[in-house]
Design a protein around this ligand. Structure first.
Ligand SMILES: NC(=O)c1ccc[n+]([C@@H]2O[C@H](COP(=O)([O-])OP(=O)(O)OC[C@H]3O[C@@H](n4cnc5c(N)ncnc54)[C@H](OP(=O)(O)O)[C@@H]3O)[C@@H](O)[C@H]2O)c1
Length: 539
């Protein structure tokens, strides 16, 4: 028996498929395997969208975006079957003519998906009422304009994923018209009865010859799938001699030059040790760690052992960075023994907390040493050509935390040095951290009072991973998704936050719709006007 399944495992390729019987349907005799393969998923999506979610009825109006694609064509066929009034968008003139000839869609009902003129056009043709149903696969402004097209009690069905993945916002005022917004992201395995029923109803329509696959059917051998440019539906047909392109496993991003050294001041501190471990994961091969206690301290010995074990060439110095001659001696020694320094992170600190009235001058000065002469020495003695010069500063300099006037002063000086260094040309950035949980001074119980104060003042700590994600930004520069993809990097989880959606700006090439949709290719890139801003920010 020729059968096909609408299985949750349909992304898996099998010669023999075994699944829940509810998900199988016999293929009608007049339909070939290839046609059946082209029929099921697109009709399932269109049927579920228009009939299950939107409850489209005879005489109602529907706007189908990207209508020349597989789902778009299926939606046209189903809308015509039920007797709905159809408006469509397409990306090219070729697709427009295709829909006019193949589905008899009136020319004045076909709009471009490459601009937003469809919104006015649809309003004009519906006497400003809007449409009862939108089947949407466009994104960004086109999605928002389409949402505005909702007639009273209109149903908006989202089959695209872009704005959902980017967690973008929706205008709520449209809901006053009684509109609904639904997404087609169903969890198939939890809805087997419904999935099977829809498949059966689709196959019944196919048996009655009321529906047929999207046209034209584009049959590709596996080895040609990457060059597919098409209208309609792509079917992949396996042959024994097909060469299947395989993506090599993603490489771990390598941020650090193996022929360079990276200097960390305060390099045996809590945050520094966390950063060094992360840097080694990202190809750090040579590191210079400076702290007053140096390699003979317990932390120094443990770090030296760990780094040796991981194949890192580590030079650990007892060096007070506030002492210019000590730092100069270290840099001179490194010039002989280590590859050239290409990056610096300042993570040195000392705390001497007390209320300002009770603070001795010695206590006032001690925290300033690493953060005033210390940062200045690093700034003036290290080359201008560093790839990054990152200063770990503190929000105490901004907020003024109680009992930390000295520390706050040191941090504001560090921030000022970052501004100064950038104004002179070289890279620099100071990051005003709040409280870091699980690693660093506060987490290691350095001062319970600080911990209590930070909680009392409503400071919410960030986790080690978040701290390292910030460091990643600072040492590599702010990436946008296209640059990350080009470098083979994975998008970090926080890119889903709408706060970062501006970094995910869609760019288009000549062959693609300006507004997304399933009948065109989309890729994300950084437009020129953003690139300069980002490179400034990422310094
Ligand atoms: N942890 C947090 O929650 C937090 C919050 C806001 C800001 N920050 C900032 O993050 C950075 C690192 O903090 P952390 O938690 O890792 O501190 P930490 O664990 O106390 O480490 C600081 C390190 O600095 C070294 N140091 C002090 N004075 C020095 C000097 N003059 N020259 C060279 N090394 C010196 C100390 O080692 P020796 O005693 O051996 O010199 C110590 O290992 C600091 O700049 C801090 O202001 C941290």
């Amino acid at each position: 028996m020729n059968a096909q399944a609408s299985s949750p495992g349909w992304e898996k390729m099998r010669v023999i498929s075994r699944d829940d019987a509810r998900l199988f349907q016999r293929i009608p005799d007049h339909i070939s395997f290839v046609e059946a393969a082209a029929l099921q998923l697109v009709y399932w999506t269109a049927y579920y969208s228009l009939f299950e979610l939107a409850r489209l009825k005879k005489g109602e109006s529907v706007l189908i975006h990207a209508a020349a694609g597989g789902v778009g064509q299926a939606a046209i066929v189903l809308s015509q079957l039920i007797g709905a009034e159809i408006f469509v968008t397409v990306g090219t003139a070729e697709k427009k003519h295709f829909l006019m000839e193949t589905y008899d869609i009136r020319e004045d009902r076909i709009f471009s998906s490459r601009d937003l003129s469809f919104a006015k056009g649809v309003m004009r043709l519906t006497n400003q009422r809007g449409v009862d149903v939108v089947l949407n696969s466009l994104s960004g402004e086109a999605l928002r304009q389409s949402w505005e097209l909702m007639a009273p009690s209109g149903r908006f069905i989202e089959i695209g994923r872009r704005d959902i993945d980017l967690n973008r916002r929706l205008e709520m005022s449209v809901f006053t018209r009684g509109a609904t917004f639904s997404s087609v992201a169903v969890v198939l395995k939890d809805n087997r009865d419904m999935v099977g029923r829809i498949l059966r109803e689709i196959m019944d329509l196919a048996r009655e010859k009321k529906i047929s696959p999207a046209k034209p059917l584009n049959l590709f051998p596996y080895s040609k799938m990457e060059v597919a440019k098409h209208i309609g539906k792509i079917i992949l047909e396996p042959h024994d001699d097909d060469v299947v392109p395989a993506l090599p496993p993603m490489k771990m991003p390598q941020y650090f030059d193996e022929n360079a050294s990276y200097l960390i001041s305060g390099g045996l501190g809590g945050l520094a040790r966390s950063m060094v471990r992360w840097m080694v994961d990202k190809n750090l091969k040579n590191v210079i760690l400076c702290s007053r206690s140096g390699s003979n301290s317990d932390k120094g010995k443990a770090m030296a052992k760990e780094l040796r074990h991981r194949g890192v060439n580590a030079a650990i110095y007892a060096c007070d960075v506030s002492n210019a001659s000590e730092l100069a001696a270290v840099l001179e020694d490194c010039a002989q023994k280590m590859p050239p320094i290409k990056g610096c992170i300042q993570a040195a600190m000392v705390l001497r907390d007390s209320t300002f009235e009770n603070m001795s001058y010695a206590d006032f000065k001690e925290p300033l040493r690493s953060k005033v002469p210390g940062i200045w020495n690093l700034h003036s003695m290290l080359p201008d050509s560093l790839d990054f010069f990152v200063i770990l500063s503190s929000s105490s300099g901004i907020n003024g935390t109680r009992g930390q006037a000295n520390y706050a002063a040191g941090n504001t000086f560090q921030d000022a040095v970052a501004h100064h260094r950038v104004s002179q040309g070289p890279h620099a950035i100071a990051i005003d951290l709040g409280s870091v949980l699980s690693v660093g001074y506060v987490a290691e119980g350095g001062n319970a009072e600080i911990d209590n104060n930070l909680s009392a003042w409503g400071f919410m700590g960030i986790r080690e991973e978040e701290f390292l994600a910030i460091i990643e930004y600072l040492v590599t520069g702010i990436e946008n998704p296209a640059l990350m993809r080009a470098k083979g990097l994975e998008k970090p989880y926080y890119f889903k936050d709408p706060f970062f959606s501006h970094l995910q700006i869609a760019n288009r090439d000549e062959n693609s719709s300006a507004l997304g949709g399933d009948d065109q290719e989309t890729r994300t890139d950084c437009p020129d006007h953003c690139r300069s801003t980002l490179s400034e920010v990422s310094r």
